[in-house]
Design a protein around this ligand. Structure first.
Ligand SMILES: Cc1cc2nc3c(=O)[nH]c(=O)nc-3n(C[C@H](O)[C@H](O)[C@H](O)COP(=O)(O)OP(=O)(O)OC[C@H]3O[C@@H](n4cnc5c(N)ncnc54)[C@H](O)[C@@H]3O)c2cc1C
Length: 288
């Protein structure tokens, strides 16, 4: 299908982009990789008057070290995250999640900022960003603020950005010594999107689990932290029995999605099974 007519702006700097966004207001949409927005426009599910293409603003791309971790520019593609030596070393869980998105073409164009902003309930990044307690950095003419991932995803295709804000970066802490992470998903076979995706980050202390952080995508909306399962693991021995007991709580208290891809009951079962598997793999990696 052909999208409805729209205007097109291509700012060269973030400041210019923010001015354009303020000028066009609700009628404008930010364009990054276009791999979610263009299908939406073609299906005529949105009719923005103008697209503000931020794709050529160099300051929004790239991965740099910070005091405690990494800053990943919003325009950094999934492929760049997947293949970055910095991400693989400091935050391998994020690289693994990026590598599970779509296919090579999608990963070469789609961006971490676009994926997070689109907030698809079946997207891969949200699970990893939640487990890693990432901070999403938003800029507006009033300044910059950090939004914890747990507050960023607010509903299906909804995020915590305010009108006039652009997501400019994602900040993640380096995974601590003695930790291991894993991202596993049951993918919808045609699209590759997650029917259930689980990101787990386990930190060991001696033979026990000091902490476990678990992000789940695809099962409910928005993506969520499986906090009951996390609590059940804190201080427990790193044993298969502990993992199984905790994983049984992976969908506790959530309202599971129920659609033609998978029933609510099936999704809950997937959440338990994939949480146990992701925890086991994370544990194996934590042990080195
Ligand atoms: C065939 C196919 C398969 C896919 N499979 C998967 C998959 O398996 N897993 C998965 O997670 N995803 C999948 N995707 C989606 C893909 O990851 C998209 O790249 C991503 O969702 C959007 O990123 P983008 O840079 O293309 O954003 P765009 O499409 O440009 O924008 C998406 C939305 O976010 C807004 N936006 C973009 N950037 C910003 C910003 N910096 N600040 C504020 N708002 C912004 C836009 O206005 C728009 O509303 C797939 C896509 C396709 C086409």
């Amino acid at each position: 299908m052909i999208p409805a007519a729209f205007g097109y702006e291509r700012p060269a700097t973030l400041e210019e982009a923010l001015i354009l966004l303020a000028r066009h207001g609700e009628g404008a949409r930010i364009l990054s990789g276009g791999h979610s927005l263009l299908p939406v426009l073609k299906a005529r599910l949105a009719h923005p008057g103008v697209l503000i293409d931020i794709g050529r603003i160099p300051a929004l791309s790239g991965i740099t070290r910070t005091a405690g971790g990494l800053r990943i520019g919003a325009l950094t593609t999934h492929y760049e995250v997947e293949s970055s030596p910095l991400v693989r070393e400091a935050c391998p869980l994020l690289a693994e999640a990026a590598g599970r998105i779509g296919d090579v073409q999608v990963r070469n164009r789609g961006t971490i900022g676009g994926s997070a902003s689109h907030a698809d309930p079946a997207a891969d990044y949200p699970a990893a960003l939640l487990a890693l307690e990432a901070v999403l950095v938003a800029s507006s003419p009033d300044g910059t603020r950090g939004i914890p991932a747990a507050d960023f995803f607010t509903g299906p295709y909804e995020n915590a950005l305010k009108p006039g804000e652009i997501l400019t970066a994602v900040e993640v802490a380096s995974s601590p010594a003695g930790s291991g992470g894993a991202y596993l998903k049951a993918a919808q076979q045609a699209s590759g999107f997650a029917i259930c995706g689980v990101a787990a980050l386990v930190t060991l202390s001696g033979g026990s689990i000091a902490s476990a952080k678990i992000g789940v995508t695809g099962v409910a909306t928005p993506a969520y932290r499986a906090r009951k399962a996390e609590e059940a693991l804190a201080g427990k021995p790193a044993s298969p029995e502990s993992l199984r007991a905790a994983a049984a709580l992976a969908a506790e208290g959530v309202d599971p999605l129920d659609d033609f891809h998978a029933s609510a009951e099936f999704r809950v079962q997937l959440a338990k099974v994939y949480t146990e598997r992701a925890l086991a793999e994370a544990l194996r990696r934590a042990k080195g």
